[in-house]
Design a binder for this molecule. Sequence first.
Ligand SMILES: Nc1ncnc2c1ncn2[C@@H]1O[C@H](COP(=O)(O)OP(=O)(O)O)[C@@H](O)[C@H]1O
Ligand SMILES: [Mg+2]
Length: 330
Amino acid sequence: MPDQSPLLSLSKLSLRFKGQPVCAVEDVSLSVAAGEILCVVGESGCGKSVTAMALMGLLPPGAAEIHGGVMTFDGQAFDLTKDRVPSDLRGGRIAMIFQEPMTSLNPVFRVGEQIAESVQRHSGCSRGDARLRSLEMLRCVGLPSPERLLDQYPHQFSGGQRQRVMIAMALANDPRLLIADEPTTALDVTIQAQILNLIRDLQRDTGMGTIMITHDLGVVADVADTVAVMYGGHIVESGPMTEIFENPQHPYTIGLMASVPRLSGPRQRLTTINGTVPSIRQMPSGCRFRTRCAFAAETCSTRPAQAEVGPDHSVACHFAPLEQMLKVAG
Ligand SMILES: Nc1ncnc2c1ncn2[C@@H]1O[C@H](COP(=O)(O)OP(=O)(O)O)[C@@H](O)[C@H]1O
Ligand SMILES: [Mg+2]
């Protein structure tokens, strides 16, 4: 059972990009415990990556203004509006993997050197020990003949192998927290499943907390303990994974669910989501989902507060819980 005290918590992160009329991410709170996988899910453009970058102190300098947000990691609190996230956390106690490994692997260095360099930077160990650790990690992520691979360059690997190398590099310093931003999106389906299984197995072995960012509810069903659903820079629903799948309460979550098989029981098609995520310049006031919501009413022009609809299950919708609405809608 995961330890319940959060390893990382983020409270009310709000940030706005220069020149944009509204915050790209607004009042986003989430938390993840050691040994737990939190999936942050939502369509493209909902603010998932930007939230992760803010946590890591990786937002492009000068491009975004953080208006609020406190991150607590391992008992240490950082006011993200003014404190810098210490660089020794990044790649050390907090590791990150991205969608496209080629953007984080340097094409001109052998992969063994790249993993070893990261190990040496964070642990200060000898070159020899760092090389041994690299070898151990390549073996641990299931790459064949790791001795030979140490001396190869990133372009000599397939997409799936490169993602394994990235995972080896991310986990080489025994992070307490892994942030994985769409780590399987660029891979084909069978490789996706292998990489997800690998991350889940390593996560169980090490007890690290994990924030998995995805737009794919299949990934959520495969790996999540808890889920935060993002829409238009807001968290619209969050709760335990089974609760989100079996008892979704936000019209956006329900819409997302309509496109994937249910975990169990008869498949119900409640609604589908028309249209696309509005651009930041066209973002409606109040509930940002209201321009696409089948239940939208006048009251939705004011922003709904988060309401508890069950244990650890909260929803930001004026009509939550939705049972009454669904009866009316038939
Ligand atoms: N460097 C940037 N400058 C301006 N706007 C940005 C920048 N990066 C992201 N955004 C905007 O922030 C919003 C959220 O983007 P992002 O976090 O990448 O979405 P997701 O990861 O959920 O697909 C989008 O509206 C996007 O256009
Ligand atoms: Mg993204």
